[in-house]
Design a protein around this ligand. Sequence first.
Ligand code: HEC
Length: 135
Amino acid sequence: MKNILLTTLLLGSTLFATDGYEVFKNKCQSCHAEMMTSEYALAHINTLVAPPMVEVSNRLKENIQTTDEEEDVNRYLFILFVKDYIINPNLDNSMCNSGAIEKFGTMPSLKGKINEDEKQAVAEWLYDRYENVKF
Ligand code: HEC
């Protein structure tokens, strides 16, 4: 009986939790590839419509760093930035290099196309997916 209850609880929570990877696949992958080496990206730059996520994640991590090197704080700020950027993308905030911006243009806003839970989940995924995965 206890086991059945536990299983139900576990199943329930995975059913309702928003999966960041699913959000990525549904709402980001049409433009951002999940994985690619920098050599491949350079060689195929003309077929890309946006920087691959492995690059985005690495670049944001390089740029968003607090002096106290507190990992949790950095992760928190990274998530805040991503949640804001996908609703309010603009060149002043972008950390893309100017060549990339010129090539891709600014990302279109996902306002009204993504809810609060999905934003949080995909931002967490973007940070955690590429831990120790360099571009
Ligand atoms: C219609 C195409 C498109 C979709 C869909 C899209 N993006 Fe983008 N995204 C872009 C382009 C183009 C850029 C590069 C230009 C820029 O920085 O605005 C970009 C850049 C970014 C950046 C980098 C900002 C920076 O400063 O370097 C982040 C973060 C990002 N996208 C997250 C997401 C997430 C998360 C999703 C899905 C929820 C998503 N994008 C969906 C086109 C898209």
